[in-house]
Design a protein around this ligand. Structure first.
Ligand code: NAP
Length: 250
């Protein structure tokens, strides 16, 4: 199992306070990784779990709707941990409205958070990875990297963009021994999907299409994340791995 070990590695995980980011941060720590949790509110539960495993955890306070603090996040991580081995671009937001009524601000905020911050942070981290001989970048895509969705135009645009950027970064960064892949979660019970879970009609429609017969949990992402963060995936590059209980196969 040594090829899956993350002992001695450092990961930046954005949005590690709740949901999928928390599940992934905890999974990477279980595999031996130290974690910098980047987000705009403290994450005491994530911190307690990770330090309880004997791993280091550092909360870094940053609003990722804007890009102005991103270089400082990377510089601080390098100063305190020596390098960045793994980046998980997880933090993301969603806004819902009919296409004809969709406000421009909800377009701008979602694109800035889900797409532009991912670009700026990945670029800053990849420069460090290049100088250190390699690394792993994991982007969090979506079923809406493959499908259109409804009432979430900026989210669909952003997650389709994440899929394209994953492939572009994989192409350009492979020569530096940096592998860039994405996880595309299916329907996972988190704050992001609370509006769907609490709508009995939509919830039943969604559940009816999931072959696994249940909504996903953040913990369901751990295995894919450890695989894509570890040397077990050294020849996997530019792949978008659906962790969706079979949704896309339906
Ligand atoms: P979530 O619990 O709402 O997680 C989103 C995370 O992003 C939270 O930790 C949140 O921090 C952080 N965040 C939001 N705005 C931020 C900002 N301005 N600056 C810094 N951090 C910010 O929902 P989730 O479902 O786990 O979402 C995580 C990722 O998975 C997102 O990229 C989402 O698009 C993607 N995804 C989710 C699903 C699903 O079914 N749930 C499916 C496919 C993809 P706070 O909690 O402190 O605001």
């Amino acid at each position: 199992m040594r090829m899956f070990s993350l002992e001695g590695k450092t990961a930046i995980v954005t949005g590690a306070r709740t949901g999928i980011g928390r599940g992934i941060a905890e999974g990477l720590a279980e595999a031996g990784c130290d974690i910098v949790g980047a987000g705009h509110a403290p994450m005491p539960e994530t911190e307690a779990y990770i330090t309880g495993l004997g791993r280091k955890f550092r909360f870094y306070d940053i609003d990722l709707v804007k890009q102005d603090g991103i270089q400082a996040l990377v510089d601080t991580t390098i100063r305190e941990f020596g390098k960045v081995d793994i980046l998980v671009n997880n933090a993301g937001i969603i806004r819902r409205n009919d296409f004809l009524d969709f406000p421009e601000k909800d377009w701008d905020d979602v694109i800035s958070m889900n797409l532009k911050s991912l670009f700026v942070l990945s670029q800053a981290v990849a420069r460090n990875m290049r100088d250190n001989g390699g690394g792993k970048i994991i982007n969090i895509a979506s079923m809406l990297s493959f499908q259109g969705g409804i009432r979430v135009v900026s989210y669909t645009a952003s997650k389709s963009g994440v899929a394209g950027m994953t492939k572009l970064m994989a192409n350009e960064l492979a020569k530096y021994n940096i592998q860039v892949n994405a996880i595309a979660p299916g329907y996972i019970d988190t704050n992001n999907t609370a509006a769907l879970v609490s709508d009995p009609k939509r919830s039943a429609e969604i559940l009816g299409r999931i072959p696994a017969g249940r909504w996903g949990k953040p913990q369901d992402m751990k295995g894919a994340a450890v695989f894509l963060a570890s040397s077990a995936s050294d020849y996997v590059n530019g792949h978008i791995l659906a962790v969706d209980g079979g949704w896309l196969a339906r």
